[in-house]
Design a binder for this molecule. Structure first.
Ligand SMILES: Nc1ncnc2c1ncn2[C@@H]1O[C@H](COP(=O)(O)OP(=O)(O)O)[C@@H](O)[C@H]1O
Ligand SMILES: [Mg+2]
Length: 223
């Protein structure tokens, strides 16, 4: 079984006026189909930076990322965007929902871009899975943080993509909803072979995942 995601020797520095921040120091990892991995790390340790580079949203200074065997670090931005649409669902720390769109439209957008059949019904079905079908016609501004987060998760699951990357997906959820989300992702990895990485502070995540990665100061350390 080949990994669906591979990262080799990722290095990324942020240049500030007086100094540079080593956000990723030689990060190497793989993710197998159906695997659920949690990425623990304190605030500022590099979790978001790493997920953004794995998704091809940011490029590393050096190193490579392969998604489903394709080196996204060699692609143009348009090629990376196209690959992401079909290969990677992402849950952002701050949701990143489109403000003018309703919950349903936010999800439909992905499905329509993929040319999916009956995007409307599929979108409502995904919202229902996350327990927020009643929010289908609501815009993000009229939702609570926890509701927005669940809509963001429904969107990441849209389009049957083989990789789902979650950046602190339970940050705005209570214990019951956090557990429900981890279980939903676990079921998904078992039933569809999707590979999931969850960046989180929530140590409970460990009980649901196959493997734990720890990041400290941009470096993966043995856990
Ligand atoms: N756009 C940026 N410019 C400069 N420094 C950044 C930027 N984004 C993140 N950083 C810094 O990089 C480090 C890693 O940040 P981040 O990946 O957001 O960590 P985490 O998600 O684990 O909280 C931190 O020191 C942070 O301050
Ligand atoms: Mg972060």
């Amino acid at each position: 079984m080949l990994p669906i995601l591979r990262a080799h020797n990722l290095i990324l520095d942020y240049q500030l006026k007086s100094n540079s921040i080593h956000a990723l120091r030689d990060v190497t990892l793989t993710l197998d189909p159906g695997e659920m991995v949690c990425l623990f790390g304190a605030s500022g340790s590099g979790k978001s930076t790493l997920l953004n580079v794995l998704a091809g949203l940011d490029l590393p200074d050096s190193g490579s990322v392969q998604v489903c065997g394709k080196a996204i670090t060699d692609m143009s931005e348009d090629e990376r965007t196209a690959l992401r649409l079909n290969a990677i669902g992402m849950v952002f720390q701050d949701n990143n929902l489109i403000g003018q769109f309703t919950a349903r439209e936010n999800i439909e957008l992905i499905l329509r871009c993929q040319g999916a059949q009956s995007p409307k019904q599929t979108a409502v079905g995904l919202l229902d899975q996350l327990g927020v079908a009643d929010l289908a016609d609501r815009r993000p501004v009229d939702m609570s943080g926890g509701q927005r987060q669940r809509v963001g998760i429904a969107r990441a699951l849209a389009g049957d993509r083989p990789i789902v990357l979650c950046d602190e997906p339970t940050g705005a959820l209570d214990r019951t909803n956090s557990d429900a989300l981890f279980m939903l992702l676990r079921r998904l990895t078992y039933s569809t072979n999707v590979g999931v990485i969850i960046a989180t502070h929530d140590r409970v995540a460990e009980t649901y995942t196959d493997r734990v990665l720890e990041i400290t100061d941009g470096e993966l350390v043995a856990s």
